[in-house]
Every structure is written in C-alpha cells, then in structure tokens.
Ligand binder design. Structure first.
Ligand SMILES: Cc1ncc(COP(=O)(O)O)c(C=O)c1O
Length: 402
C-alpha cells in the first residue's frame, strides 16, 4: 500500500496536543475526516428540501441504501444483490435466525464457537426458547474447526444452524469460514457468520464460500461511527426464496410497487427483501464516507499492511518473552486479523488505565486479556513502539499491576 491514509482520519490528541497511539480499531474505529462533509450534505438537503429530499436530494434518500451496495459487496466478497445495510448487528442476527433457524424435533441445535460474544449467546438462546426448545439441550459450543467437523459427523442430523464468528472477539482467532460452511452444508445445516471483527479486517469471499448469511457492524474496522448501521449478507441462492419465513416491513417490499401501499407483502429479491424500515440516511452518509476509503485503499492492500503491522507488534513483544505475559492469539497470520490478545499477569484494567494516561489507547476483556489492534488505515510502527514501551514500563512497575 503506497498511499498514506492516516492523515485522512481525526487522531485523538492528549492535553498537550500530541496524537495518541490509538490501537482500538477492533472496538471503535476513528473518524474519517470526510464524514462531516458527507453528513452535512444530507443535513443541508434536508434543510433546503424537507420531504422532497427523498427524490430530489443530491443523493436521493429513497435510493441512498442502494448506493452502498457496490462498496459493501466488494468489501465482503459478495454480489450487490446479496448485501444490505440496515439495523444493527444483533438485530440483524435475530432477523437472520427468523429465516435460517427453523428447528424441528429432530434438528434443533445451534453450534457456536466457544466464548462467543455474549450478545450472540443471548440472541441464540432467546431464539431457541422462542421456538420452545431448551438452550441446555439445543446450544452447543465448539473450540474450532476440528471439533466442529467431528461433532457434525457424529451428530450433524441434530444440528439446524452453525453460527461462528469470523474472528473471536476475545482471543482474536480467525476461523476458516470456507471450511466451516462446507462442513455445515455437508450435514444439511444452515451456516451463518458474525463478522463484527472480520469486516474491514480480513479478505472475505462470502459468495464463493456459500455462507447462507452473515452479519457485521460498521463501527469497528469500518470506522462508520459509534452505534453505526449494520451490514447483512444473504446468499444469492436465497434471493427469491419467498417461502422463507421473515419479519416483513415496507422497505423490504419490491421497489416497483412499494409505494402503491398495497396490503400484501412482496419481498424485493435478494438481501434488500429483508429490510423492514426506511434506513437512517445520516448514519448511511457516515458509512459511505468510511466505505469510500476502503474502496480507494482496497481490502487486499489493507490486509497486506495489517499482516505486517501485527507481525511487528508480535515481534516486539516476543523480544521480552518470559516477563509473565503471553500472546493468546494464533501465531499464524492467516489465523488472526489485526488484533493481538495478550494475557497479562495482574490487573488488566489498571494496566489499560496506565496506558491510556500515557496516550496509548487499547482495551481489555475480563478477566485478564489486553486487546491491541494496529489498524492498517491509520496506525503506524511508531504507535506500536509507543505501546510496547509503555506496556513494558507498566509491567516493570509492579505497583500499577496489583
Ligand atoms: C462479535 C460481536 N458480536 C456482536 C456484537 C454486538 O453488536 P451490536 O451492539 O451492534 O448488536 C459485538 C459488539 O462489539 C461483537 O463484537
């Protein structure tokens, strides 16, 4: 990647005006400087046009969601028909389970990865209960691909849905999604992915991998802002599956007749047919600014830079092996994304606070995991050096680590 994108972002500064080492893109990405102009354009059009903006804004709002389809499809390796931006991650996960988790007395189990993100576990358990089954019997967790494959071979006929993360939020481990989709489909299961930590981080090929569905958020590596709108993929083979159960709303109705206001729902083909409400244009504007940067940089280039940066962080940490910490993320760059998860010897919260006081921003997950992610769009080797310096300073100073 030859272009430098860092100057296209607002980098948080300390009280002295010095840029912080922000290594927290796995939680909330930084603001692209273009976001303000994209959002202001919609605010101005609303100010000038009121309701007429739906058809006469510079980017007519009635089609605003569609404007994102090309970029989104390129980002996740999909066709435009297969993607839509709507709602938020957990809401989309529920909507996908309405269509793709259809338990029967014989086949009612859902497989998730061990230590799946709590929101996914809550969503899955509540769906199981909604259908009258018991999570104690119907929810099963696997450590990884090997365990999943042997479970599927032994008990595949009892499994309705395989739902795995692209990258586990805590360990930073990336799963082989193609292998998972194949293994699930061989046993007649539907297969869905939570790509919260994978979108904008890994090169994805959702169409070729044949996932039934995938959901992701856009506030982490995608930099679309706190609580920004979610992304959703539904494979082309379901594009016209009008018989699939779904929760309907007018924005999912086919476009040609949507505004005739008829009483009967006719879903639009593809992922659009799962929309419920008209989308928040202001939020979409921020997302479009962020996605334009991804399109310009190219996810393959970003991934190549990300592999280098994370390897550098790993190497600098390894120079100090034996100091009581351990990297728990996979050592194989193909089995991880930008994030390294580091198990630390004592209070991770105090460590994080001390790093923050030194202008180094990362985060932690209970009980003892420090998460650090160099984001290839805006982080530098200097950010990594500052993290390493202050991390070892804190480890040396036992008083902060109690
Ligand atoms: C892996 C994973 N799944 C789900 C969520 C929940 O996302 P939301 O609050 O947008 O529904 C998160 C949030 O960080 C996450 O990391």
């Amino acid at each position: 990647m030859t272009t430098d994108y860092r100057h296209r972002f607002h980098i948080p500064k300390d009280a002295e005006g010095r840029e912080k080492a922000y290594l927290c893109g796995h939680s909330l990405g930084l603001q692209p400087k273009t976001v303000r102009a994209y959002v202001e354009q919609e605010l101005e059009d609303w100010e000038r046009l009121g309701v007429e903006g739906h058809f006469h804004a510079r980017n007519p709002w009635v089609e605003y969601g569609k404007m994102l389809a090309g970029q989104t499809a390129r980002l996740v390796g999909a066709k435009e028909l297969e993607v839509v931006t709507m709602n938020s991650l957990t809401v989309n996960l529920h909507l996908m389970m309405v269509s793709f988790y259809r338990p029967t007395a014989q086949r009612h189990r859902i497989v998730v990865e061990e230590h799946a993100f709590p929101s996914d576990q809550y969503a899955v358990k509540s769906q199981i209960q909604f259908h009258g089954y018991d999570p104690a019997q119907s929810l099963v967790a696997v450590a990884g691909e090997d365990e999943l494959e042997s479970l599927l071979e032994r008990e595949g006929e009892s499994i309705a849905l395989v739902l795995m993360a692209g990258i586990n939020y805590s360990s930073g481990r990336a799963f082989d999604l193609q292998r998972i989709a194949r293994a699930g489909h061989r046993q007649g299961c539907t297969v869905g992915f939570d790509l919260a930590h994978a979108a904008g981080n890994l090169v994805l090929k959702l169409h070729d991998w044949h996932a039934d569905f995938a959901v992701w958020c856009t506030y982490k590596y995608l930099n679309a802002g706190p609580g920004s709108i979610g992304g959703c993929f539904i494979h082309e083979r379901h594009a016209n599956a009008v018989d699939l159960p779904r929760f309907a709303g007018w924005w999912g109705h086919e476009l040609q007749t949507r505004f005739l206001m008829g009483p009967d729902f006719r879903p639009a083909p593809g992922a659009e047919g799962w929309q419920i409400s008209n989308p928040p244009v202001i939020a979409l504007a921020a997302l479009r600014a962020a996605m334009d940067l991804f399109d310009e940089a190219g996810i393959e280039n970003l991934r190549a830079r990300s592999i280098q940066l994370t390897a550098e962080l790993e190497a600098r940490l390894d120079e100090h092996a034996g100091r009581g910490f351990s990297i728990i993320s996979p050592r194989d760059p193909q089995r991880r994304g930008a994030q390294l998860s580091i198990r630390v010897p004592s209070s991770v919260r105090h460590l994080c606070e001390r790093l923050a006081a030194a202008g180094v921003i990362c985060d932690w997950r209970e009980p003892d995991i420090l998460r650090v992610a160099p984001a290839p769009l805006y982080n530098t080797t200097e950010d990594i050096a500052r993290f390493v310096h202050h991390f070892f300073g804190a480890l040396n100073d036992r008083s902060t680590m109690s």
